[in-house]
Design a protein around this ligand. Structure first.
Ligand code: KIV
Length: 270
């Protein structure tokens, strides 16, 4: 097949998978074109996570996020980027019912956004669906450990694996999604020794969020690491202080508008 003039050289799922054992995989979430363009310079993988429901739209959890919203933000991120692999989350209710419903919705996401893969939550219970999707051309990133879409059954966001007796279940989940054909797994909110064990047991990369340095890569919610979340989870390291920066800029703008110091000659059309 010839490569057309509009084709970009994005990272592929195969290239991401090959990074295991070579170097840590750099991933971040992004939900809109401007920030995605900045992240694109440095990240291997950008996730359009359903956390956008909480971060961008003020929802209490990710449960209420509609598929159409994921598609709108997915399109923005794909438009704003050139090189990272873009993965779009399948939201709650769009894939659990059956493999064929999952395929229909995942194919829609891929066709309408141009992303390179989708992500879905769940271990062994999603293995059949992951196999169904990957066999039909849809690359899947799995997500196990703390799975926020199951918030209502979990009774909150709890760190996984505190009880060593639960480790075999988590390990079986990770092995099942790897065997089913996922190209990577997000391990969220998991005690360090369990994340290390899983990373050693599966041939695909593990991408940790609150799952220690032993994972094959890391992911954070961009707004959390930029300091825009006033109450970030314990596992977040803030690399920026944008919350204070924005507050300061907005305060100075308000002062300038009130005192008529803005606009000046420089901002006026003559
Ligand atoms: O929705 C999201 O942002 C995610 C990451 C936290 C991994 O799933």
């Amino acid at each position: 097949m010839s490569t057309g003039p509009t084709q970009t050289r994005r990272k592929t799922v195969t290239q991401i998978a090959k990074l295991k054992g070579e170097r840590p995989i750099v991933s971040l979430t992004s939900y809109h074109a401007h920030t995605a363009a900045i992240v694109d310079e440095h990240a291997d993988l950008i996730l359009v996570g359903d956390s956008l429901g909480m971060v961008m739209h003020g929802m209490e959890s990710t449960v209420g996020v509609p598929l159409d919203l994921m598609i709108v933000h997915g399109q923005a991120v794909v438009r704003g980027t050139k090189r990272a692999l873009i993965v779009v989350d399948l939201p709650f209710g769009s894939y659990e019912e059956s493999p064929s419903i999952a395929f229909r919705n995942a194919a829609r996401v891929m066709k309408e956004t141009g992303c390179g893969a989708i992500k879905l939550e769940g271990g062994r219970r999603m293995a059949e669906t992951i196999h169904f999707l990957t066999e039909r051309g849809i690359p899947v990133m799995a997500h196990t450990g703390l799975t926020p879409q199951s918030w209502n059954v979990m009774g909150g966001y709890r760190t996984q694996g505190r009880d060593e007796d639960s480790w075999p279940e988590h390990e079986a989940d990770a092995r099942a999604v790897a065997d089913a054909g996922a190209f990577a797994i997000v391990l969220e909110g998991m005690v360090e020794p369990l994340a290390a064990r899983i990373t050693g047991q599966v041939a695909i990369p593990t991408i940790g969020i609150g799952a220690s340095v032993h994972c094959d890569g890391q992911i954070l919610v961009l707004e959390d690491m930029l300091g825009l979340n006033p109450h970030p989870p314990k596992f977040v390291k803030t690399f920026g202080n944008l919350g204070a920066g924005i507050e300061d800029a907005v305060r100075r703008y308000a002062e300038d508008v009130k005192s008529r110091a803005f606009p000046t000659e420089d901002q006026v059309y003559r």
